[in-house]
Ligand binder design. Structure first.
Ligand code: HAM
Length: 435
């Protein structure tokens, strides 16, 4: 029984109070991205496995160890998306978006799946907000992409995130870097893990991203890509930094950033926190000039980033960032007897249709218990509909926090109640202005 009453390891339930916060964060991200010209895209949660092996790369940890892959009943190899870029690229190609005016900017909110060892900030099902910009190799786009992430953090009040920046060059200059890495790691072959031994010939850069502490320690002194980038890539990197300087976005060069996915070229970046434990990378991204072609399309230089919602939430909690409270129940209508209950239902419905958040008793409780519930849900106003009130056509409206009572007629009730609410809001605004 315990098995079915416990969520699967590495997954988590998001309960209503947190969902409210997440919705605020998600809306903020989509709104800010909208200001930058990004439009939301939604792609399937699963894709053909080959899409990920081709794009993310067959020598990455994600593909080698972490994908949720299975054969469907038709015998196709299917994978739950471990990240959002590959699906966005596939959709971009499938729907011919490359024929539209460049740049094409899309963003998404998606759940992703990776079979990683769960810990704080590392889950097997997690949420990403991502943004992708197709069709530009200009460094201005790199600056803009980073500015989008920066603006999201700033708007949400997140502090102390460090933006780390690197360039991992193009396929041409990377060939020289691979040769240097191979020489370096060849000399330490005996200590490398089995996976990295395989990577040594196929893609030595991946060793720099290995999660084994032994490989990690060896990788610390490995040659850095920045010492091998060609003149064009160096020029591009310099221009990206100029755009960041122009927008007053502080950054630090970290020549150790290689990213865990194979599609990156040139600019790579991460926003890192030291306030949420070992999984401190809240956001990561970069340029992927060869990916669209790799997936089967034309050459479309592109770039993007993704931000982990769970890590962002952890950080916001660590920093004590307050978000707006859920909308309160404006009016709780308690009732006595069947007639009262029917009238409560009718009034509540009419209020809701007019945009007021209202509730009535759907449990069949005593008036005392109904009022206790109204208190619990922090209703702003309450009233009780009894036989006498119905006969009189008038009820007593109670302001829950002050206990203040005022009569209100049942005729024109909705309009009158809305007027009371508006007057109340205006009064508290005037009070807060302290005139
Ligand atoms: P990524 O660095 O693999 O990049 O993931 C982006 C973000 O997702 C991370 O910075 C982290 O916040 C979050 N994340 C990753 N794995 C987990 C996990 N197991 N549990 C919780 N959060 C996690 C990408 O996915 C690229 N697609 C980003 C990109 C878009 N690059 C270009 N465009």
């Amino acid at each position: 029984m315990a098995l079915i009453t416990k969520a699967i390891k590495g997954t988590q339930d998001i309960l209503p109070a947190q969902v409210h916060h997440n919705q605020f964060i998600e809306k903020t991200m989509l709104t800010i991205a909208g200001k930058f010209g990004f439009k939301e895209i939604r792609t399937p949660v699963f894709e053909h496995t080959e899409l990920f092996t081709r794009s993310v790369g067959s020598t990455t940890d994600v593909v080698q160890k972490e994908m949720y892959t299975f054969n469907d009943k038709g015998g196709r190899s299917i994978t739950l998306r471990p990240e959002g870029t590959a699906g966005a690229v596939r959709a971009f190609l499938e729907h011919g978006l490359f024929n539209e005016a460049y740049p094409q900017k899309v963003c998404y909110l998606t759940s992703c799946y990776r079979y990683e060892k769960p810990q704080a900030g590392r889950l097997r099902e997690f949420q990403q907000f991502g943004a992708e910009c197709f069709g530009t190799s200009a460094p201005a786009a790199d600056g803009e992409m980073i500015a989008l992430a920066d603006e999201i953090f700033a708007f949400l009040g997140v502090k102390n995130l460090k933006l780390e920046l690197n360039s991992i060059g193009c396929p041409q200059c990377r060939a020289h870097y691979h040769a240097a890495l191979k020489t370096y790691f060849d000399a330490k072959k005996a200590e490398l893990c089995v996976t990295c031994l395989d990577r040594l010939d196929r893609n030595p850069m991946r060793i720099l991203d290995c999660k084994s502490p032994v490989c990690g320690a060896i990788a610390k002194d490995a040659p850095a890509m920045l010492d091998y980038i060609c003149a064009d890539c160096a020029e591009h990197f310099k221009a990206v930094k100029q755009y960041l300087d122009a927008m007053h976005i502080p950054y630090a060069i970290n020549p150790r950033i290689v990213r865990g996915l194979d599609y990156y070229t040139r600019t790579v970046f991460e926003f890192v926190s030291d306030e949420i434990g070992a999984q401190g990378t809240v956001c990561g991204g970069g340029r992927y000039d060869g990916l669209v072609e790799e997936v089967g399309g034309p050459s479309v230089p592109s770039l993007g980033f993704a931000l982990g919602l769970e890590r962002l939430v952890l950080l916001m909690k660590a920093q004590g960032i307050e978000l707006p409270a859920p909308a309160a129940c404006e009016l709780y209508i308690a009732s006595v007897g069947e007639k009262g209950s029917l009238q409560a239902a009718a009034l509540t419905h009419a209020l809701r249709v007019s945009g007021v958040s209202a509730q009535f008793d759907v449990v069949g409780r005593s008036v005392k218990a109904q009022m206790k519930y109204a208190d619990k849900i922090a209703a702003v106003y309450s009233m009780v509909l009894g036989d006498d009130d119905l006969e009189k056509g008038e009820v007593n409206l109670k302001k829950m926090d002050t206990g203040e009572i005022q009569p209100i007629k049942l005729k024109n009730f909705v309009d009158d109640f809305i007027n009371i609410m508006v007057r109340q809001a205006a009064d508290s605004l005037i009070d807060s202005l302290d005139l």
